[in-house]
Structures are given as structure tokens and as C-alpha cells.
Design a protein around this ligand. Sequence first.
Ligand code: EPU
Length: 344
Amino acid sequence: MQIQNQIQLKTFNTLNLNAVASHYTKIHSETDLLEALNYAETNQLNILILSGGSNMLLPQQIHALVLHMHIMGVETLAEDEHSRTIRVGAGQVWHDFVLWTTAQKIYGLQNLALIPGLVGASPVQNIGAYGVEAGEFIESVHVYDRYEKQFKEILAQDCDFAYRHSIFKDDPNRFIICSVTFKLLKNPALKLQYGDLKAAVGDEQTPENLQTQVIHIRQSKLPDPKEYPNAGSFFKNPVVSEKVYVSIAKDFPNLPHYPQANGDVKIAAGWLIDQSGWKGKKLGAVGMFHKQALVLVNYADAALQDVRAAYRAVQQDVKAKFGIALEPEPVLFDEQGLIRSHQD
Ligand code: EPU
């Protein structure tokens, strides 16, 4: 393990925010991780876990030890006629892993193709798209528990997976994810219910074609971070009570909505932002993408303060028109490397 100083993180976060870390190291193994944690403790530094950088908002200076996760490896743990269980290092690229599973003819993750980021981040916010969430295929997560100071395996049923949620979100300072174990299927039931996916897949209802169509849909709507730096969906889709939904729908009957099992209703944040006039609109160097209003783009070397000014303006306009408070998805960090509230 080698500690480096004053490292620019701009190319390591997909919004391309300028952010210089006072201390930085790559983590290739569990041994590296223990050494780095020890170094941080000895030198009284907070630690900041950097994975694919696709869901984070960083300040310009960070006085902390940044742990850049590079634990690799893909290993089959068990196999039978129906399924295969695979442990995947936290540093593997998510999309490449999805493509690999499809090529191996083990299925389930095809709806999640082209999501940016690394495998280690997938359980944190339980990444989801086109009717599938990663948690449905996760068997367990191998972590270092900073409170108990030991490695352990957390079973999926103890991860509290829900829409954009898990225990790793509840207490972000506790667990460092080293690998994730997935159980994938050899004969999958394809999930085609979401939006126009079924029509896109057409008669060729194979997992391979499903993956191809998901990639096409994403490419047609979502900006490529290499061309338009962004952090994917910038806001969560709000989940409101049926009463609140009914009162909004009286004035806005076209509001896209998805009834939840418990009676609540999830509504489309992208539509609310679009209807508030923000689709394709900019504030300074930052704007909401012209093909999908839910995605905030850094068009011209914005700093964190520019991003915050823009998303707060979006929140205000949506609140004024619909009475709904949008909650940002990316995690906001302070200059000491700690997670801070979007409200401050
Ligand atoms: N809509 C608009 N205008 C817009 C954007 C969307 O009217 O500018 C409408 C659409 O017409 C549609 C509805 O809003 O009726 C929902 O839009 P879409 O199908 O594009 O999905 P989403 O709810 O905006 C969610 C996820 C995406 C995921 C897609 C597909 C969240 C916060 N986002 O977006 O996840 O890819 O569904 O499942 O749940 C991500 O997390 O980075 C991400 C891209």
C-alpha cells in the first residue's frame, strides 16, 4: 500500500468535479485495506471510500484518506443445473460484469446493463433499472465492519434492500464492501414489464436481446458520462401516500406513477422536473439533460457550489409547482471527507 498526497480526483468522479485529496491510496486487497485503515487511525484522518465515482458530490479540497477500491476477481463458488453462484471483487466494472454473465449464459442482470460504476457499489443503493434491482440476485456481501473491526459476510436478507436503499446507506461509515456474491439463473423468466421494454424486445425474447435493447434504450436517453459528465439519475423518484398522489393527480392527470405493494405511489421525478421547465435548462455551467430531465450534467467545468445552486433551484421549482420535495440521489461529502446532508 502506497499513500499519495494532493491527488486530483476529477477523472475518478463521473461528474468531473475538481476535487483534490490530501491523502490517497489504491486498495487491491483486504491486506491493503487493513493497512490503510491503520494509517488513517495513526494519522487521525477520516477515510472516504471511492468506488466508480458515479454517485458522489465532492468538494474542491478534501482533507482525508481516499481509499480507491480496486479489489478484483470473479470466482464461481457453486453451480447446479439451475444456477451459478459467483463472488465478484468490489473493483470490477459493473457493466463488464453484466456482459460477462450474459456471455456465460447465467442470467438475471441483463436489465441492469450499462449502469455506470463498480460492483462494490451495487448493493449500497441497490441499483435498479427496467424493473430489476441488484438486490434480487445478491446472495451476500463481504464487508469489513469498522465498528466490530473484522471481516464478515452479510446475507441478502439482512441487507434491508428496498428501492435505492440498503443497510449500507443507513450507516455509511460502518461497512466497507470488498466483494459481492450473486446467484444467477440458467433458465430465467425475463422481466419485460417496464415501460416500452416489451415492445423493444419484440418476438426475440432472449436474455441476450433483452440486454441489447436495454443498452439501446439507455443510450438513446441517458448521456454518456465521457461526453456529458453526470451522475445518472440526480433525484430519487419520490414515493408518496395515495392521498398525496390523488390530490396532485387532480391537477396533473398525466403524472406517470407506479403503485407500490404497500399502497404508496412512486411518481416520476423526471416528469416533475420536465414539467417545471427544467428539461434542457441550465443555470451557469450546470443543467438538466435535454433528453432526460432527471440527469444533471456538468457542461463546463462546474464546481460543487455550481452543482448545488442548480439542483436547489430545481428542487425549489418542483416544490412550488407540485408541493413535492425531491431528494438527491448522489452522496454529498464535506471537506473532511464525511458525508453531509443536502439540506445544510
Ligand atoms: N419523463 C418525462 N420527462 C423526462 C424524463 C422522464 O416526462 O425528462 C417521464 C417518462 O416519459 C416516463 C417517466 O417520466 O413516463 C419515467 O421516466 P423513465 O422511464 O426514463 O425512468 P425514470 O423513472 O426517470 C428510473 C431510474 C433510472 C432507470 C430508469 C429505468 C430512478 C431515480 N431512476 O428513471 O435509473 O434507468 O428508471 O428503469 O429510479 C439511475 O439511477 O442513474 C438511473 C438512470
